[in-house]
Design a protein around this ligand. Structure first.
Ligand code: MRU
Length: 325
């Protein structure tokens, strides 16, 4: 399943807000179309947003610096967005072919996801029960995914895993996207409400937790979908390995700790109204809807990147894989 592809000079993009009921592709034309697609999560998942923004920079005419600033302002937490727009801006200033550069970002992500998935798979055993949170599969990346990559690659290689999928309130990326993707990949999948994670861990059903990430700070703190830190605390309590999977481009060395990560806050209606026929709270009831939370590095068993499996102390292990630039 491809979340976006080029054909006849046009970009076709799968509208993730319509899943799992409809598989509809659309073609963004204006800068507002691209912005809206990222903002409303038609395109979502840190690497996928970066790839999509790369194509936006290539396909749209006009002032590229302004376009970069406009796209970057859309969702602040995932570093891949500004990584891709910065790279495209540099390619533009260097006089490179922008469509080639955007395609290179896309193809490199496929390569990175494959490596991450191989490393992740080396930590799992056939028959393992694995808990996931949010969606970090092919929809959120390019191919295989990060958090889901070991499961999807493992299924290709004949492993049998049992995936327990947190529904991931409030936007239900786990229910709508992860269970859909894993079912399609032929993986034994059980959907659970987020607040059931403790029970399935206590029942011994979970051998490992796999999650993606939107930003990795220089000390190994990570930002990921709201609820991730709670899952990590539970995993620590039950002695279950908690693995974070993400490409090198997700590491933000300028960000010293998780406290420096900007957390996106989203509309209150996503909690009160979005999936219901009638509002589930009074109009005057206040909601707090941060889209991500920060997981402390002390709760992370390993960070799995395309450059290898990193262990604590993360400041040192992250420094060891850093480019010299
Ligand atoms: O708000 P979303 O749906 O873009 O959140 C996505 C996640 O939290 C993913 O787990 C994260 O981007 C890692 S993507 C491989």
């Amino acid at each position: 399943m491809q979340n976006m592809y080029l054909k006849g000079g046009k970009l076709f993009v799968l509208d993730q807000t319509k899943l799992p009921n409809e598989e509809i592709y659309f073609t963004p034309k204006t800068k507002e179309d691209y912005y809206y697609a990222i903002k409303t999560l038609q395109v979502r998942g840190a690497p996928a947003i970066g790839i999509f923004a790369g194509y936006a920079m290539a396909m749209l005419d006009g002032n590229k610096e302004e376009l970069k600033a406009y796209l970057d302002s859309c969702r602040p937490t995932a570093v891949n967005l500004s990584y891709a727009t910065s790279r495209m801006l540099k390619a533009y200033k260097d006089g490179k072919n922008l469509l080639d550069e955007a395609t290179a970002i896309h193809n490199e992500d496929i390569e990175m996801c494959r490596k991450i998935s191989e490393y992740g798979l080396s930590l799992l055993h056939d028959g393992d029960g694995v808990l996931t949170h949010c969606n970090a599969g092919e929809l959120a990346t390019s191919k295989y995914g990060t958090g889901l990559g070991p499961l999807i690659l493992g299924a290709e290689k004949g492993y049998n895993f049992h995936a327990y999928v947190d529904e991931t309130r409030p936007l239900l990326q786990g229910a709508r996207l992860t269970s859909y993707e894993l079912e399609k990949a032929g993986i034994d999948t059980t959907l659970i409400c987020d607040n059931m994670a403790s029970l399935v861990m206590k029942q011994g059903k979970i051998n490992a937790v796999l999650v993606g990430t939107d930003r990795i700070a220089a000390n190994g703190d990570i930002a990921n979908k709201i609820g991730t830190s709670g899952v990590a605390i539970l995993a620590k309590y039950y002695g279950i390995p908690f693995y974070v999977l993400g490409p090198y481009s997700t590491i933000d060395y300028k960000c010293k700790t998780g406290d420096d990560i900007v957390i996106e806050e989203r509309e209150q209606s996503e909690i009160k109204e979005m999936w219901y026929k009638k509002p589930m709270a009074l109009p005057e009831t206040k909601c707090y809807n941060p889209s991500f939370d920060v997981t402390d590095n002390s709760l992370i068993t390993a960070i799995i990147t395309d450059r290898g499996i990193l262990r604590a102390p993360y400041r040192e292990s992250l420094e060891r894989i850093k480019d010299n630039d």
